[in-house]
Ligand binder design. Structure first.
Ligand code: NDP
Length: 283
């Protein structure tokens, strides 16, 4: 089974569009997401375009704030502060990576935790690990949603996550653990990675190395979630999984493009609605 992130995303966005119209009626305004981009990194520009498009599609308020590459850290922090204090703004996203002269840690911590739609603020990260109410990071949240929508059982299964970054590997592992999977986190020092991965009923690859997960990594019938985004020499977008080789072995698999990627943006929309509702109901 191919888990089609595009189709699942589209139906979730269609449902959110209807929900947002109802929220506008009920609360007298629409959820508002502000996206900040610094500089001209082409990949960041393309991601931001996708996010703004989804924002418009779902009927949110909000827009893109563009700052030049040489914008100072102080200017960016002042912009964030302004949005933090704007009662009509529900979600703030600063597109990463930032130019080297700006501290990403400082910027992430400067966004008000209640408007942190990316779920990267230390308070949200801590709350996730403490099992407290929090804003979940979009990619891990999208992965669980994909598994649920595809009908993949998580409870009681063995899951292996390759990658231990703060934005993907570790939070995916935590969410799988919360759903009662038995979870192994593998990384660059893991010995005999293929053997470790072959134990998995659910295998999540979040590495950033084209086609490193071959058929010998996959237990027959396993669900394989490919988070990786890599470019081949001829410019083609590929994941961490050797898709053609793994497809006949896996029970379910996400393609790249069209798997986890669209779900990340869709979960950003979901988080914006959740931030809106938290704020409106805590007034
Ligand atoms: P990081 O570079 O932060 O982390 C990569 C992880 O892979 C590290 O934990 C590293 O191990 C591990 N790793 C590297 N080489 C190997 C190896 N040979 N064997 C086993 N493990 C290895 O990346 P991110 O987590 O930020 O992103 C991972 C991928 O996901 C990237 O391709 C990124 O573009 C993509 N991505 C996709 C998103 C989407 O929406 N689809 C969103 C976010 C990311 P160690 O810790 O030991 O160094």
């Amino acid at each position: 089974m191919i888990i089609d992130g595009k189709v699942i995303s589209q139906s979730l966005k269609d449902a959110m569009k209807i929900e947002v119209d109802a929220l506008a009626e009920q609360y007298g305004r629409r959820p508002c997401l502000m996206v900040i981009i610094v500089g001209n990194n082409p990949a960041s520009r393309s991601y931001v375009r996708g996010k703004i498009k989804a924002t418009e599609y779902c009927g949110f308020d909000g827009h893109l704030v563009e700052l030049p590459e040489d914008c100072s850290e102080a200017t960016l922090l002042a912009e964030i502060d302004k949005l933090n204090n704007d009662p009509l703004v529900d979600g703030i996203l600063v597109q990463l990576p930032l130019p080297k002269h700006i501290s990403e840690d400082k910027v992430i911590a400067a966004i008000s935790a209640e408007k942190d739609v990316d779920g990267f603020h230390p308070e949200n990260v801590a709350r996730l690990w403490l099992n407290q109410h929090c804003i979940l990071p979009c990619t891990p949240k999208g992965i669980i949603e994909l598994l649920d929508q595809a009908g993949v059982e998580i409870a009681g299964k063995k899951a292996v996550v390759i990658g231990r970054s703060n934005i993907v590997g570790k939070p995916v592992a935590k969410l799988l653990l919360d759903r009662n999977a038995t979870v192994t986190i593998a990384h660059s020092r893991t010995k005999d990675l293929a053997a470790v991965c072959r134990e998995a009923d659910i295998l999540v690859a979040a590495v950033g190395r084209a086609k490193m997960v071959t058929a010998e990594y996959v237990k027959p019938g396993a669900a394989v979630i490919d988070v990786g985004i890599n470019r081949t020499e001829d410019g083609k977008l590929v994941g961490d999984v050797d898709y053609e080789a793994v497809l006949p072995v896996a029970g379910a698999i996400t393609p790249v493009p069209g798997g986890v990627g669209p779900m990340t943006i869709t979960m950003l929309m979901r988080n914006t609605i959740e931030c809106f509702l938290n704020r409106m109901n805590n007034k």
